[in-house]
Write a protein that binds this ligand. Structure first.
Ligand code: MLC
Ligand code: AMP
Length: 503
């Protein structure tokens, strides 16, 4: 009996003494430790009644143990469901009720706050602190270090990652063992990872980028990583001379390019800087090249599809493009009205097909049908073109979405919360250029006459409801919103009006 993903991890594992993770304080976790710890945690999960296919929801700070928990879920056939550490209790309530997890792991300091909700959902609660403390690791420390991996096929679910929906309700993208494995192997080969690589891992581990692209790539290469709790220029710069690869969102590169210590000398041992999750400005690409001599490699992916395209490792990496479809991945540009593919150079909807594409949305067959065609093509919601040389360019979004520092914010969700406030007539939430975050979430609000709301009171009321990264960086009060003849709010007009507020 085999476990599709974990068998591959075993197959590519270097010797047990080889380093898998080095933490911020220099603690080393070897590949042998990885096997032992993930077995111990898997034993705890099974003892708690977790069965194949059960969801395990996890909202914890980044740590080596949290990654071991992910691997333990893979080994026992459970479905890993990571949640942004910024989510508020009301956001969590939705995820727990929708996914119905059998077990929920929370940060030690949040256990009191969440205990009642977790009991109400009928789930078992465990805690995990960022220093490896909490009930989960206490139990794991006395559990057996042997675990027989539960058999899982290529199509069995390994994870559900929630992505916000344009209608306001978050959708759980179901990812199979083979979605994750096929993409990890493709990226390993495309980006030429070997066991000699040392990745600087400074991304959060509740999204595709930090969890799958970064971690799985390292695992199937038998390589190692510096696991940093978050983006911190000091910690990254201190490790540049011992590392070979950095993966980041564009904000990482905007900030690093401003730092005097990031130069040709300090980056001499690095072989690759990868950017994704949001558009990298040509200006950042150029500035980073001038300072370091490194040409950032930009790639394009999504929660639902893992990685789709990448600039080449050896060929020309072109700023403003996301490169070629990855081997085994098909990308086409569609005219959505005529439902026909478009020729080179013409802009339309990007659609993607391949072993990387998810199995559908959890409990949402209708949504799945709308976005995943019967022939396997996923409608990304991104507008783009493929040029004569085959490079994919993303030129816009067909979905009302703001990407700030690599996090997605769906305006509808923020507008609904603002519109519920007493004294508000209506609101429009837009993304406008922001030097640090790429786009800054901005709310344009119409108040009732004599309403006594100001920016701080609106923000204060949103804090309870929404994760902080979703909060508008600015709130602008206006008398009315611009509308077209159909009565629809013209967000493009608003984006133009406020284009320079963060510059
Ligand atoms: C933090 N804040 C943000 C923010 N991150 N606000 C808007 N956008 C963001 N991305 C807010 C905090 O709530 C806080 O507000 C203030 O900014 C400072 O917080 P911080 O913790 O000091 O922020 P910082 O460490 O500077 O974080 C910025 C960042 C981080 C860019 C390093 O957001 C990050 O690591 N982003 C990566 C996201 C990611 O991994 N995306 C991948 C998705 S997968 P306050 O009010 O509390 O002071 C995907 C598919 C694919 O998209 O293709 O990869
Ligand atoms: P998510 O839903 O968080 O997985 O975000 C996926 C979205 O991020 C995609 O649909 C794109 O809009 C965007 N994205 C990811 N990588 C890039 C990139 N390199 N350039 C532009 N947009 C990107």
């Amino acid at each position: 009996m085999s476990n599709h993903l974990f068998d591959a991890i075993r197959r590519f594992m270097p010797k047990s003494e080889a380093t898998f993770i080095e933490t911020l304080n220099g603690h080393i976790l070897t590949y042998g430790d990885m096997l032992t710890l993930s077995a111990q945690i898997a034993n705890v999960l099974v003892e708690q009644g977790v069965e194949k296919g059960d969801r395990i929801a996890v909202q914890v700070e980044k740590s080596a143990e949290a990654l071991m928990l992910y691997l333990a879920c893979v080994r026992c056939g459970a479905v890993y469901l990571p949640l942004n550490t910024g989510y508020t209790v009301s956001e969590l309530e939705y995820f727990f009720n929708d996914a119905k997890p059998a077990l929920i792991v929370v940060a030690t300091e949040n256990s009191e706050k969440l205990a009642a909700l977790i009991t109400e959902c009928g789930a078992v609660m465990e805690t995990l602190g960022d220093n490896g403390d909490g009930t989960l690791m206490v139990k794991a420390s006395s559990a057996s270090t042997e675990f027989t991996d539960i058999a899982c096929d290529a199509d069995d679910l390994a994870a559900i990652l929630y992505t916000s929906g344009t209608t306001g309700r978050s959708k759980g993208a179901m990812l199979s063992h083979n979605n994750l494995l096929s993409n990890a192997l493709t990226l390993r080969d495309y980006w030429q990872f070997t066991s000699a690589d040392r990745l600087i891992h400074a991304l959060p581990i509740f999204h595709t980028h930090g969890l799958f692209v970064a971690t799985n790539c390292i695992l199937v290469s038998g390589a190692s990583m510096f696991l940093l709790p978050k983006f911190d220029p000091e910690a990254i710069i201190a490790r540049l001379s011992q590392a070979t690869v950095l993966m980041g969102v564009p904000t990482f590169y905007v900030r690093l390019a401003q730092d005097e210590r990031v130069n040709r000398t300090s980056t001499a041992s690095m072989r690759l800087f990868i950017s994704g999750s949001a558009p990298l400005l040509a200006e950042t690409h150029e500035k980073f090249r001038e300072k370091t001599g490194h040409v950032i490699l930009e790639r394009y992916g999504m929660t639902e599809t893992n990685m789709n395209t990448s600039n080449p490792y050896n060929g020309e990496r072109i700023a403003g493009t996301v490169g070629f479809p990855l081997p085994g991945v098909e990308v086409r540009v569609m005219d959505m009205e005529k439902c026909t593919p478009l020729p080179h150079g013409q802009t339309g909807m990007l659609e993607v097909r391949g072993p990387n594409v998810f199995k559908g949305y959890w409990n949402m067959p209708e949504k799945t049908k709308e976005e995943l065609r019967e022939n396997g093509f996923f409608i990304t919601g991104d507008l783009g073109l493929i040029d004569e040389r085959g490079y994919v360019h993303i030129v816009g979004r067909g979905k009302d979405l703001v990407i700030s520092g690599g996090y997605n914010i769906y305006p509808k969700e923020v507008e609904s919360e603002i519109d519920q406030l007493e004294g508000v007539v209506e609101s429009a939430v837009i993304g406008v250029p922001h030097q640090d975050f790429g786009e800054g979430v901005t709310a344009v609000v119409v108040l009732q006459e004599n309403a006594e709301l100001d920016e701080n009171t609106v923000l204060g009321s949103l804090t309870e409801k929404l994760a902080r990264y979703k909060l508008p960086k600015r709130i602008i009060f206006v008398d009315e919103l611009p509308r077209n003849t159909m009565g629809k709010v013209q967000k493009n007009v608003l984006r133009k009006s406020y284009n320079h507020i963060y510059q």
